[in-house]
Design a binder for this molecule. Structure first.
Ligand code: SF4
Length: 534
């Protein structure tokens, strides 16, 4: 049996594979933060912003700062606090910074995936780019991130920008309208920042101010709160925002067709963040209240799967009149738990390190166990086993979102291989997880709880705002391998040249040559590599 250990300063994150205990299968790919604020230590503020976004990614963290003349890069594998300390931050001077935290995928942890990625336009204008989302195509090229190269899409975007002449903003204007898929990006040059969101606004992105001249871009408003910035508004879908010495300028790159990811409110986002004008905790509470109406349980106590199920559980308790109690305690002092594989035993060990049942609360009780979502159901099965082991008489599982039956193509790690709701009935899933009964929230109630506007609910309905690959056919996987090989070439040039790439000259020339070599053959064979669409 392999044992789990706690992440600590001596951990070697590059060698291990992170396993997210709190997530049972769905994982956001990343969080981003950028700031331009003269007179402020931009990298330090970005560090604080990334700490507030740590829940969106734990595999790696990176910050690029700009002091008006140059860009400087620091990053590494692991949590924000493992990568950055005072001695590292002092090496990132300047009033401009962009930072990124990345979600771990099932593949081997790879330093080549650390963002922000850096590039330079053909005219020698340098930039650093942080991306949240998943691109389906860049300039018509299939870039849907493959497991063996999870940031292939972001590399392709940086490559496409690097092939353009002119300033960075010119490259963004030229390239982004031809990009299909999900992107919220923040880009820093040595003295400016840019932010852009795809026309559907799948992934969140918001704008704030630190003082009259200081601007912040972040995945969530909670990151702005963490540095004392004032939330101004969300970056609108299809919008490009530029922040320079003259302040903020916004322009439209595409017609806005908002379909923000509803899973943000269900699970990913922090409860204290605002999305679409609704506090996430309030949305979850409303989901729990509606769930109590739609799927009542003959229970004597309501217990949450902490932490993301807590607000929904409180809403369920309030609406049902059944008392709420903390029947499961999450040990927040334990950092991310890492293990070398994700076998059922390892998952169990990892979840037991994080969650403990409280016997006094659940013994002899009929428990209504409320969770925010049920993706792979592995966590629910373990948690229900825990509750029964300390004497719960009955466990009725209530899920504050509809069944997840479809994969996500827009930056969330939901694949269709392990979704029980895809193949099993309600009764079968209840039996699978060991629950006495199971109930889900309906789709209309979920969307009402987040404000009632249009959303992407593709993983619940199978209906996506854009045409998506139906599956992963073997020929497509092979084609992606081809792209990955080229992307690795770009990476190898990047690592060989190090920070020299941040400057025009021979190294930058080598990168641009590698980029051209990478994209040209791929483009030639593009027609043969388009996966089936639905
Ligand atoms: S498919 Fe699901 S997880 Fe993906 S963007 Fe849409 S709602 Fe979010």
């Amino acid at each position: 049996m392999q044992g789990g250990v706690n992440a600590g300063p001596n951990a070697s994150p590059v060698e291990v594979r992170w396993f997210q205990v709190a997530m049972e299968g769905a994982g956001e790919r990343c969080g981003l933060f950028a700031i331009r604020a003269k007179g402020h230590p931009a990298a330090e503020l970005t560090f604080n912003g990334l700490l507030a976004l740590q829940h969106r990614g734990q595999e790696s963290a990176g910050i690029v700062s700009g002091d008006g003349v140059r860009l400087l890069w620091q990053g590494g594998m692991g949590l924000v606090r493992q990568v950055f300390d005072a001695s590292v931050l002092v090496s990132l001077p300047g009033y401009v910074a962009v930072g990124h935290v990345r979600y771990p995928t099932g593949g081997v942890a790879d330093e080549g995936n650390i963002q922000p990625l850096v590039g330079s336009t053909r005219s020698g204008h340098q930039f650093a780019l942080a991306h949240n989302g998943n691109l389906l195509t860049v300039n018509g090229l299939d870039t849907f991130a493959a497991p063996e190269c999870p940031t292939a899409d972001t590399h392709a975007l940086v490559a496409a920008l690097s092939m353009r002449s002119g300033k960075v903003v010119d490259a963004l204007r030229a390239v982004l309208p031809a990009v299909e898929g999900a992107y919220s990006i923040a880009v820093a040059t040595e003295s400016e920042i840019y932010a852009a969101r795809d026309r559907f606004g799948f992934r969140p992105l918001c704008l704030g101010q630190v003082d009259p001249d200081g601007w912040v871009v972040a995945s969530e408003t909670a990151a702005m709160d963490s540095i004392g910035a004032r939330f101004i508004r969300e970056v609108s879908p299809g919008e490009l925002v530029a922040i320079d010495a003259n302040g903020l300028h916004a322009e439209r790159l595409a017609v806005s067709e908002p379909r923000p990811c509803v899973f943000e409110q269900v699970y990913f986002a922090r409860p204290d963040s605002l999305i679409g004008g609704v506090r996430v905790a309030d949305a979850r509470r409303a989901m729990g209240a509606a769930l109590a109406q739609e799927s009542p349980a003959r229970a004597s106590v309501v217990v949450a799967v902490p932490e993301t199920g807590r607000a929904a559980a409180i809403g369920y308790a309030e609406a049902s009149g059944i008392p709420y109690a903390d029947g499961l305690v999450r040990d927040s002092r334990i950092g991310r738990t890492f293990i070398r594989s994700a076998s059922a035993t390892d998952r169990q060990v990892a979840i037991r390190l994080k969650l403990s049942p409280v016997p006094e609360v659940v013994m002899g009780q009929r428990v209504a166990l409320v969770d925010d979502s049920l993706v792979r159901a592995s966590t629910a099965k373990i948690v229900i086993g825990m509750l029964r082991s300390v004497g719960a008489a009955e466990v009725h599982l209530r899920v504050a979102s509809p069944p997840v039956r479809w994969p996500c193509f827009f930056g969330v790690d939901i694949s269709d291989a392990e979704l029980p709701a895809r193949q099993h009935t309600l009764t079968e899933i209840a039996r699978l997880v060991g629950a006495d009964s199971l109930g889900y929230l309906s789709l209309p109630s979920m969307t009402n709880a987040v404000g009632g506007g249009p959303v992407c609910a593709g993983c619940f309905t199978g209906e996506y705002p854009v045409r998506v690959p139906l599956a992963k056919p073997p020929e497509s996987a092979g084609a992606r391998l081809g792209l990955s090989r080229h992307i690795r070439l770009i990476r190898s040039v990047s690592s060989a040249s190090g920070t020299a790439l941040l400057h025009p000259g021979p190294a930058g020339k080598a990168l641009r040559a590698a980029v051209r070599a990478a994209l040209s053959p791929a483009r030639r064979s593009h027609r043969d590599r388009i996966p089936p669409v639905r």
